[in-house]
Structures are given as C-alpha cells and as structure tokens.
Write a protein that binds this ligand. Structure first.
Ligand code: FES
Ligand SMILES: [Fe+2]
Length: 377
C-alpha cells in the first residue's frame, strides 16, 4: 500500500501519463485505498452530473423515483405543472427519509410527525408547530437539487453552481441526434451489487478485448474503434462483422427494426458511450440500454441496468417475445462482467503496488485512468 504521503504524489503516477503503448495501468491501491476513494468522492462525484433515470419512468403528476448515492438520497418527482424536480429525500423537520423506491403520490407525508409536502416540494402542513417562534411553513420547502435533462435522460447535480448538463455533455447530443432518444421508454431496470471498485466496472465496459474470453459463449468476440469526443464523455463503436445487432445473444437473431433515421455505420454499430465518470448509455441500431454505476465504498458498487426501446415497438404483438431476447442478453452478459470485475478486484488486493500494461484495445481504459488522475491529484 502506498504511504500516506505518496498516494496523492503526482510523480508516482508518471508512468500512467505516457502514451498508450508505453503506459502502465493504475496501481491496485487506487482501487483499494479508502483515501483515494474519498478523494474521488470529493473531487469527482460531488462535482459531476449524476444520471438518475428517464422522464418516461415518471410520466404522471406525482410519479417519483428515488436516487441513492453517497452524495445523498434524492426524490425525483413530477409536479402538478408537469415539471420534474429533484429534492433531498429528507424531511425539513428532523431529517427523516421520506420515500423509497418508486411510486406515485400527490402528497409526501413524513412517516415521523406527519408533516405534509406537495408534489413540488412545498411544505403544506406542519401539525403542532403553532407555538414555535418564527416558524413559517413557507420557509420549509424540501431542499432542491439541480436537475437537467437531455432527450428524456434526467441528471442531477449536487453543486449549487457548476457547469450546465449541456456543457458537461459537450458534443454528445449532436453525435446521437439521429437516434430516437426522446421517444425511448425505459421498460425494465435491474440492480446488482458488485464487490469491486467502481472503476473496474466502467473500465470493463470501455473495451472489447475481454469479450472473446469472458463472453465466449454468450456474445462472442466483438471488434471496436474509438470515436473522438469533445466534453466529458468517451465512446467506443462496437461491431461484429456480418451482424447488425449486438443487443441480443449471439445465438439469437430476432431483433427489433433498425431505427429509421440512422445512417451509414450507425445501422450496424453499437456505441458504448461513457458519460464521465461512470454512466454508460449504449446506443444500438435497434435499442438503447444504460448502465448506472454508483460507488458505495472502495470495494462495493451498485450497478443498475435499464432497457429502453422506441415507444412504438411496444405496440407490436411480438414485443414480449422479442424484448425477452434483449433482457436475456443483459441477464447473461452482465453477471459475466460482474464476476470478472470481482476477480480483478481480489487480484489487485493481493498486490496493491502492481501496475500492468495496456493492449491496443484498451485505449479508453487508459483515458479513464488519466481522467481520474486529472480530477484527483
Ligand atoms: S421528521 Fe418529518 S415530521 Fe418530524
Ligand atoms: Fe463485457
């Protein structure tokens, strides 16, 4: 383990800063040391945009979903006016957590002393508070957190002042403008707890080098190339020669139609798009899915996977049968990825100073390592 004085010493990381063919990987301590994890929290996660879900998941007034992260639990809720807001999931009286999971309610009632809030976060009633000096209901609105969206994807920022979502995403919205993103509906979420550092999961999602080994019998070997990006995103174009879709298992070929506005390579490519630090949007010709990676501790991470399709697909009487092939792909490949990331986490624990070397297919893993160092050192 690096000494306390060394872990944030820039000179210790100079071999990661080299060009890909000469560079080394991050040492095991960057994945295991709680000081490094805390630095990532304060320098990355306190400052970035957090993907919380899709607007179509909370379609009606009063619909809500809860987003939990080390930065604090949020209620993301559609108000009377149709606007979606994010609030701290904490009562303004003595701080009790108000809601869990997903649901719909016109009034949020605190389970402790029954303070009542509207669906836009305003305190409506606070029984028993009439004798409290200078207490005003109107001053006790649930604490708002910034919420912005692109094409129905909702992001929260815990910073009161910081870059807008559009500044954060850079040229990503332009790159994917032909996709029917605003018409997607998120029809399923699945959550995993993975015993590894968050970076192992996102690094795994940024290279196809492992696919011929880890997914040998499920997805098979995939090819990839890097897409140049401006802004806080990285992108890998993934393809398999002779196949339009990598959205289903290699044994399955009954897929949804290719989205009509796509052109050229878009019709046979899948773009694994990492919004830094660790949200992945996967734009495929026939579907879209997302990975929301959320660090709990240096050695534990939650991974949520959401499946989205253009709304019109759901009208088809084949929807249940075809969509099952997409879920089967995620339910097979995701545990394969999670298991290998847990093995990598354990292996790195046995030698915290170990640094490996990168292959040519791992350019985005190298980029991510350098981005993390840019933020943390
Ligand atoms: S803590 Fe919510 S009403 Fe008391
Ligand atoms: Fe994988």
């Amino acid at each position: 383990m690096m000494k306390a004085t060394d872990i944030f010493d820039k000179d210790k990381y100079s071999n990661i800063r080299k060009p890909l063919s000469e560079a080394s990987t991050l040492p095991g301590s960057c994945y295991h040391d709680s000081r490094f994890f805390e630095r990532e929290q304060s320098h990355i996660f306190d400052r970035c945009w957090h993907f919380v879900g899709r607007a179509d998941e909370i379609r009606s007034v009063g619909d809500y979903l809860i987003y939990d992260s080390p930065q604090g639990s949020l209620i993301v809720m559609r108000s009377e006016s149709g606007v979606i807001n994010a609030f701290r999931n904490a009562c303004r009286h003595r701080g009790t957590r108000l809601l869990d999971g997903t649901g719909s309610t016109q009034r949020i009632i605190c389970p402790y002393h029954s303070w009542v809030y509207s669906n836009d976060g305003a305190l409506l009633r606070a029984p028993g508070m009439t004798n409290t000096t200078d207490f005003k209901v109107k001053n006790c609105h649930l604490a708002a957190v910034r919420l912005e969206s692109w094409a129905g994807f909702l992001f929260a920022s815990y910073l009161d002042h910081g870059p807008s979502l559009s500044a954060w995403l850079g040229d990503m919205p332009e790159y994917f403008k032909r996709y029917s993103s605003a018409e997607f509906e998120c029809v399923r979420r699945r959550k995993f707890t993975v015993r590894c550092n968050w970076k192992f999961l996102i690094e795994n999602a940024l290279e196809t080098y492992h696919t011929g080994t880890v997914h040998q019998t499920s997805l098979g070997k995939q090819q990839s190339e890097i897409i140049p990006t401006n802004g806080n995103w990285l992108c890998l174009r993934v393809f398999v020669d002779g196949k339009d879709s990598v959205s289903v298992l290699s044994s399955s070929d009954d897929i949804f139609p290719v989205q009509s506005h796509l052109e050229g390579k878009e019709r046979t490519s899948t773009y694994f798009t990492n919004i830094l630090p660790c949200t992945q949007f996967v734009f495929a010709p026939d579907a879209m899915w997302w990975l929301a990676i959320n660090p709990v501790s240096a050695g534990e991470t939650t991974l949520e996977v959401g499946s989205c399709f253009p709304a019109r697909n759901q009208a088809s009487d084949k929807f249940d049968r075809i969509s099952k092939a997409y879920f089967d792909r995620l339910d097979t490949a995701t545990p394969e990825d999670n298991a290998i990331c847990e093995a990598q986490h354990l292996g790195n624990l046995s030698n915290l100073d170990h640094q490996g070397r990168f292959g040519a297919e791992e350019a985005l893993v190298h980029k991510l390592a350098n981005w993390v160092l840019d933020q943390t050192l």
